[in-house]
Design a binder for this molecule. Structure first.
Ligand code: SAH
Ligand code: SF4
Ligand code: F3S
Length: 438
């Protein structure tokens, strides 16, 4: 039965910040079309899954949630289920084989046509969209202080383990003027912090390049903080490093995925840099940007990774002392080069290596956070602290992107304040509010 007056949609998002921002765009479009966003999958006409296929686990999580909806769909045949995002793009109609109870599939490059896909039960709107960078989509943002802004789409790097170039297509940069216009609008609405999004922001090819873009955004009245993810070590130039130090609104934090400390593994991954080159960039960053927080991603147990390669990674973590890392066991992704490489490691070894990496980094992170004790830092208040869940407990982030919890009243949410750090812990800092004007 076709429901003509589709009213409510519910979106469940998996994956990275790019996907979360895509969900904001999907919601923005659907609301413009007169639909309403539902709070739960119980109370909606359409359930949209915005999916991630970066690792097997992310994929499994989605399929198990989807499986649980079979009964609901039987009970309410009018309910529609849409699959969007990276699994949609990668699997296309094959999703039906695993789950026959879905109605439409749409890839991340086709969000502009989401309403049509829903209305017409379109299966597999998966075409490469060359106009994606020029298309302006309205985003329905939930937060009022911080906003994501897309500056580029896709990825050309083809790291051998990664699905992103297959799900997001070729790299395309959004025109500078369009970015500036969006950020100006955000500043006018009262947003204080923007995070520029792209798989490889350093290779932004709009007018003036990435450094030029940062320079112009730094002049934007009302915006107080500028962040960006993700940077590729190969494309991080000295000019950009200098700019991060010089431009006062650009936060002192960079996420610079290293993946491995072994040159052999880095080469098998097709990362385009050696450990020495990576370390030189870190040294320059620390010289040019005093106090910069550096975070990274690590893959444990890449095919062919030897005990020595793993030791190189352990030594690199000790030498570089990141502020934090995300580390993952290598996960085989269909269609990637690494999936057909020799030397796959048993799960047990991958688990062992991962836990050694995480154990070591926990100590380093704690040490780094403890070093902040006694310091006075600028914090953008994000919310009432949900853990405490009561009035008077706030949570926010430093310019170095560290979470700080402290006492203060809720009218400070979305404001910049100064906080003295009292205690550094493994995952966050405890602080004390000094004043309310930053
Ligand atoms: N574009 C970003 C991030 C890509 S995905 C970048 O290049 O850094 C985020 C992280 O997921 C990667 O940095 C990598 O560490 C991890 N990752 C990607 N594919 C993976 C795979 N097949 N197995 C394990 N980890 C993976
Ligand atoms: Fe994946 Fe590499 Fe592109 Fe990052 S740079 S999205 S890891 S292919
Ligand atoms: Fe992001 Fe996952 Fe796709 S990490 S780009 S949503 S595969």
């Amino acid at each position: 039965m076709l429901i003509l007056n589709m009213k409510k949609f519910y979106i469940k998002t998996f994956g990275c910040q790019m996907n979360m921002h895509d969900s904001e765009k999907a919601a923005g479009i659907l609301k413009k079309e007169g639909m309403e966003q539902a709070e739960s999958h119980e109370d909606t006409d359409i359930i949209i899954f915005n999916t991630c296929s970066i690792r097997q686990k992310a994929e499994q999580k989605f399929f198990s949630e989807l499986g649980r909806l079979k009964r609901l769909k039987k009970k309410r045949p009018g309910l529609k289920i849409m699959v969007m995002g990276c699994i949609a793009q990668q699997m296309g109609e094959k999703i039906f084989k695993k789950a026959g109870h879905i109605d439409c599939i749409i890839g991340p490059q086709n969000i502009h046509s989401i309403k049509d896909a829903i209305d017409k039960n379109i299966i597999a709107a998966l075409d490469e969209n060359p106009a994606i960078a020029e298309t302006e989509l309205p985003a329905d943002r939930k937060e009022k202080g911080r906003a994501w802004v897309s500056i580029m789409y896709g990825c050309n790097n083809f790291c051998t383990y990664c699905v992103v170039p297959y799900t997001r297509g070729r790299e395309k940069s959004r025109p500078k003027e369009s970015i500036l216009k969006e950020v100006k609008g955000l500043a006018d609405e009262g947003y204080k912090e923007i995070t520029l999004l792209g798989q490889n922001v350093n290779s932004y090819r709009g007018e003036g390049g990435f450094t030029g873009l940062l320079r112009e955004l730094n002049e934007m009245e009302g915006i107080e903080r500028i962040r960006f993810v993700t940077s590729h070590p190969r494309d991080l130039s000295d000019g950009l490093t200098d700019s991060i130090g010089r431009l006062e609104k650009v936060c002192e934090h960079i996420h610079l995925p290293m993946q491995s400390g072994s040159d052999r593994a880095l080469s098998m991954m097709n990362r385009g840099y050696t450990y020495r080159e990576y370390k030189t960039k870190i040294d320059k960053l620390r010289n040019s940007v005093p106090g910069i927080a550096i975070t990274s991603d690590i893959i444990a147990g890449f095919p062919g990774e030897t005990e020595d390669d793993h030791k190189d990674t352990i030594n690199a973590l000790k030498e570089l002392e990141f502020d934090g890392i995300f580390a993952f066991k290598f996960s085989e992704r269909p269609g990637t080069k690494a999936a057909i490489m020799e030397g796959k490691l048993p799960e047990g070894i991958k688990t062992e290596r991962l836990s050694e990496i995480l154990g070591l980094q926990d100590e380093i992170t704690l040490k780094k956070n403890k070093a902040l004790e006694g310091k006075v830092l600028e914090v953008l208040v994000e919310d009432i602290n949900k853990g405490e869940n009561k009035e008077g407990h706030l949570t926010g982030r430093t310019r170095g992107n560290k979470i700080v919890n402290f006492s203060g009243s809720s009218f400070l949410v979305n404001k910049l304040v100064r906080v003295r750090i009292k205690k550094g812990m493994k995952h966050s800092l405890l602080g004390e509010l000094l004043d309310e004007n930053g």
